[in-house]
Design a protein around this ligand. Sequence first.
Ligand code: ZN
Ligand code: MN
Length: 457
Amino acid sequence: MEVHVQPRTRSKMFCGCATDHVGQPPNSVVCEICLGMPGVLPVINKQAVELCLRAALALNCEIPRHTKFDRKNYFYPDLPKGYQISQYDLPMSRDGWLELDGRRVGIRRVHLEEDTGRLVHAGDQIHLAVESYVDLNRAGVPLMEIVSEPDLRSAEQAKEFAQALRTLLRYLAVSEADMEKGQMRVEPNVSVRRTGSGELGVKTELKNINSFRSVQRAVDYEVRRQVDVLEAGGQVVQETRGWSEAEQRTVTQRGKEYAEDYRYFPEPDLPPLELDPAWIQELRASLPELPAARAARFRSQFSLSAYDADQLSEERPRADYFEELVSSGVDAKLAANWLIGELRDPAARPSVLSTATVLKTMVSGAINRDQARDALADVVAGATVEAALAGRSQVSDEEELGAVVERVLAENPQAVRDFRAGKQKAIGALVGKVKQATGGKANLKLAGDLLRKRLGG
Ligand code: ZN
Ligand code: MN
């Protein structure tokens, strides 16, 4: 996998221009440096270096003492200098790994470079593109390039790798890594080989992928295409292929260049970087607990299932909220269920204190689950937690509920017969009827108990 991620910086990689150019007129967030004018000098953005190192450390990479930038030469209209400032033989980090399902996926390197401009094609119905425009607002925006080892074996793993990487980058506050906004661009390199063969086949590189779902679909498609080519006696050609979302297939874009085609050489306008080990140590110490470690701790500390622990730790605010709820005295499994369910969306969450109050009221038996959910919605809408709970109580009186149960049993002879014939599920239907008959106020656990008692089950 080759992944480009835009680190969260205010200014571009080598000049003072803003990185936020959304909604700005084309070619208005530019200067002589990012326009590639002759006679100007780039300056390295320290914040970009720091964010790249944070990501590299979290990916368990080695950080060398010396690193430098290089020129990658090629011609394209979105590249005003005729070269991209990137890193070649001395990247900022190498030889790390990302944990995926308890397995390590090798990270070959994480390096820093700059983004290109954008081409805007204006077309009509007959000629696909009659005119092309160049917008250089994006030129010079920092990019981290993350390259994995060929350790992924399926389209699904490729998708999971990309998702785990995004989760990690968000935890680190290195990037929002939103694929749809182009902050994270995932380029899988795909090859196939015969079962038992130790040698990797010829690979193709896939571009233009805008979502995690498309990562999986594009790789799946490309695997099938390569197998078909080989089984028909043909050969896979090393090339770059674009994913067409509309056609759900990959199409040839261009033949693959090799490193020597780029005529890499050290960037003469930038000093090599000497990374102070004390600074690296400081950055390492400042890393937060990472998602995989947090999920493992949730499993052991709170006896949660792997599924619950993964879901909770996927987003840092969700994991934080969960831990605060548990600290406020809410049972861990209950807190997990609500955060994965009703409270998954951060916008649905009131203050931790309000949620704890409502859930404890539910556990005490004073309100049922539906009433708790409605009370929380009221608090989010602006009510105080006292007001939200005031009008709500569930029917827990055995006599009152018993009368409802008798009526429900009399009105639903078929469900009663089903239950007596061994269909345990029929009890659910009867509980539903009791709930309906009480306008949603029944203590459903008590209703179930009373029903079973009356039915002798
Ligand atoms: Zn600039
Ligand atoms: Mn790159």
